[in-house]
Ligand binder design. Structure first.
Ligand code: HEC
Ligand code: HEC
Length: 330
């Protein structure tokens, strides 16, 4: 009896070990892939990751350009797309989203530094937690986390492009019940003074990665990546088991191939009613999941969307398997 108990516990441990190894591998892969567009393409992305963990190459010792002069004209939707691609593997950022590898980022700007209750920060950052996140300290943190807090658990090389940093911070600012006020004219003037490094040199935003055909993405979709992503980003609002009932959103069991926005017993927003009754094909789901607010302006699904095509394909492939009647993917 006790022997059997031990054996099955061992089985669990092995399974957990394999799962953890798989997740780490997946994470590293994802980040390596997503770093490519914003960094020097000459060196292999995977090398960057190794360095990010150990010693990150230091940016030239020029002063860090301020994002303050760029905020007023920053592109929030670019910031949102950037975060979906580069941060969402580790962070949730909807209100009430749980911790992933890193803490939930809703309300982080203007809130206490490294102060999310219930998240276990590395000692590297708790030593740096002084006051609240503002436009200057978050600029320095996001430009180079390892320089800001050597040894931090955030294994991310940083956002080297000043305009991209401004876009991300402008988007982070919106993720709050009480957004931090934008800098005053005087603060903008001070930050734009000639002594501050001019932003012009680095203001050219990185070209967006080319959108490869969804068909190819489905062909190489990875169901377990999709599963992990859904658990992290969707399960706060959606159940996934058969007959589990609605939460904030409807149950997603069997959603691929089902009629859109038509589950009995769920009260949809009026925003989606005009779109109801179509069949959720993989392609239509891909459109919805890219940007729910663009697909149905005013929808109650407060989720910025999955900008990365491969991640969308992974998610749809997983949703398709989580069904009594999976459809054939394109
Ligand atoms: C590989 C995983 C990973 C990636 C990718 C990542 N982060 Fe983090 N992030 C973390 C971890 C872990 C921490 C906690 C740091 C610690 O404990 O040392 C953190 C902390 C933070 C904090 C401070 C949170 C607080 O509570 O004060 C901010 C802000 C942040 N990350 C923003 C971002 C943004 C923006 C991106 C994308 C550009 C990003 N992170 C990408 C893992 C990650
Ligand atoms: C903050 C809560 C929230 C999050 C996070 C969220 N959803 Fe939703 N979702 C909703 C709500 C609410 C609706 C109903 C939309 C409406 O009524 O406007 C919905 C609708 C949907 C629908 C249409 C369902 C139907 O009956 O046709 C799908 C598919 C969907 N969500 C998938 C996802 C996936 C996949 C994710 C994660 C990548 C996700 N959602 C994340 C709240 C959420």
């Amino acid at each position: 009896m006790s022997k059997t108990g031990k054996d099955s516990l061992l089985g669990n441990k092995i399974a957990a070990g394999l799962l953890a190894a798989g997740l780490v591998f997946w994470g590293a892969n994802r980040i390596a892939n997503s770093i490519v567009p914003d960094s020097a393409p000459s060196s292999p992305a995977i090398k960057l990751i190794g360095l990010a963990v150990a010693t990150v190459p230091k940016v030239a010792s020029i002063g860090l350009p301020s994002i303050i002069p760029l905020l007023a004209s920053a592109d929030i939707s670019k910031g949102s797309a950037f975060m979906a691609q580069q941060c969402a593997a580790c962070h949730t950022y909807v209100a009430g989203g749980g911790a992933g590898v890193g803490p939930n980022l809703y309300g982080v700007l203007g809130g206490p530094m490294f102060g999310t209750p219930g998240f276990t920060y590395s000692s590297a950052v708790t030593a740096k937690a002084k006051g609240d996140w503002n436009y200057d300290n978050i600029n320095a943190w996001l430009a180079d986390p390892q320089k800001f807090a050597p040894g931090t658990a955030m294994s991310y090389p940083g956002i080297k492009n000043t305009q991209a940093r401004a876009d991300v911070v402008a988007y982070l600012r919106t993720l709050s019940a009480k957004p931090l006020p934008l800098p005053t004219a005087a603060q903008v003037k001070a930050a734009s003074a000639p002594s501050a490094a001019p932003a012009v040199a680095s203001a050219t935003p990185a070209a967006p990665p080319p959108a490869p055909g969804m068909k190819a993405m489905f062909a190489s979709a990875n169901v377990s990546n999709g599963d992990a992503f859904v658990q992290q980003q969707c399960a706060a609002c959606h159940t996934l088991a058969k007959g589990a009932g609605a939460q904030v959103g409807p149950d997603l069991y069997g959603i691929v191939g089902a009629k859109s926005f038509s589950q009995p017993g769920f009260t949809y927003s009026s925003a989606v009613q005009a779109k109801a009754g179509k069949v959720w094909t993989p392609d239509l789901l891909s459109q919805w999941l890219t940007d729910p607010q663009a697909y149905a302006p005013g929808t109650a699904m407060s989720y910025p969307g999955i900008k990365d095509a491969q991640t969308r394909a992974d998610v749809i492939a997983y949703l398709n398997q989580n069904s009594g009647a999976p459809v054939k993917l394109p």
